[in-house]
Design a protein. Structure first.
Length: 306
């Protein structure tokens, strides 16, 4: 069974309200984390991805301009215009690819454009986003778009079969996201990644305004990040049911194994344990963020506490 799948679970009341206010149902899937917990995700739409891409291209263009305009001016004075153009094109290629690769590695799948719009690249199978996937999806963009467009821009007057073939290639690459259910472009298909919209709802405070029965050490609270905390909040907010109780029991067992919890958690106290863990984890993450140690998810490295 694929890790990304359509959600067959009933839509909750607050989700229906969100869909109504947002003007329609969004494309939602489920991924299964390595711990075996299904997590709902929202696939990024074309408009959001295009907006993020335009923002990134604008930033890249300004960076590239600031780097090689002085080089062009210097080479122009010495008469080496052809060399200057070659150097400028190489710098543009280098900065463009390093820009996307660096930020998606350093910011866990988000470039400045994606962060502004609220998008993120994740592994399609629910695992960590590895460097090879980030490099593959960004280098593929060169073949999909930038190299063909560069050839067209430098082509002479008139139209020939070669130019028509290049236009057809670009159109096919642009159409690929519409031909698969997860809106994955060619680079995503090769790298095994998918672009999602991040939850825009902040962690709510009503879950934490309570007295704690269970306490946790800083070392135990380092096991998870903000993404997992949002997932836990969603689970705690679901209406109570027999199936939901089994899910919470399973999540509680996985958290206990992950953080090395050795004490007993009676089945009647599972919800209390999860709420206490949510409260302590949220306070820990907010405190770390004040010191510049924000952690997006459990895969992001953090400094070891002294």
């Amino acid at each position: 069974m694929s890790a990304a799948q359509d959600s067959d679970t009933p839509v909750l009341a607050h989700e229906r309200t969100t869909q109504f206010l947002e003007g329609g149902k969004k494309l939602r899937r489920q991924i299964v984390t390595p711990e075996g917990v299904p997590v709902p995700i929202e696939i990024a739409n074309y408009g959001a991805r295009l907006t993020a891409f335009v923002i990134d291209l604008t930033i890249w263009f300004l960076l590239t301009l600031a780097i090689y305009v002085p080089i062009l001016a210097l080479m122009g004075r010495t008469g080496g215009s052809l060399i200057a153009v070659s150097i400028a094109l190489f710098i543009g290629f280098l900065v463009r690819n390093l820009y996307f690769i660096y930020f998606e590695l350093a910011w866990r799948g988000a470039t400045p454009g994606k962060r502004i719009v609220g998008l993120r690249v994740i592994d399609h199978n629910g695992g960590p986003l590895v460097a090879s996937a980030v490099i593959a999806r960004n280098l593929t963009r060169e073949v999909e778009m930038f190299i063909p467009l560069g050839v067209l821009l430098h082509a002479g007057n008139g139209v020939n079969w070669e130019q028509l073939a290049i236009v057809a290639w670009v159109m096919v690459c642009l159409a690929i996201p519409a031909l698969n259910k997860d809106r994955m472009r060619g680079g995503d298909l090769i790298a095994g990644t998918v672009v999602i919209s991040l939850p825009k709802v902040a962690l709510l405070s009503d879950l934490v305004e309570r007295t704690l029965k269970f306490t946790f050490t800083p070392a135990q609270l380092q096991a998870y990040g903000a993404f997992e905390l949002q997932v836990l909040e969603e689970l705690l907010r679901r209406p109570q049911s027999k199936e939901g109780a089994h899910v919470l029991d399973d999540v509680c067992d996985k958290i206990c194994r992950k953080i090395g919890w050795t004490g007993p958690v009676p089945r009647n106290d599972v919800v209390i344990f999860l709420r206490d863990f949510y409260t302590a984890e949220r306070a820990f993450l907010e405190r770390e963020q004040l010191y510049g140690k924000a952690r997006a998810d459990k895969y992001e490295r953090t400094e070891r506490l002294s």
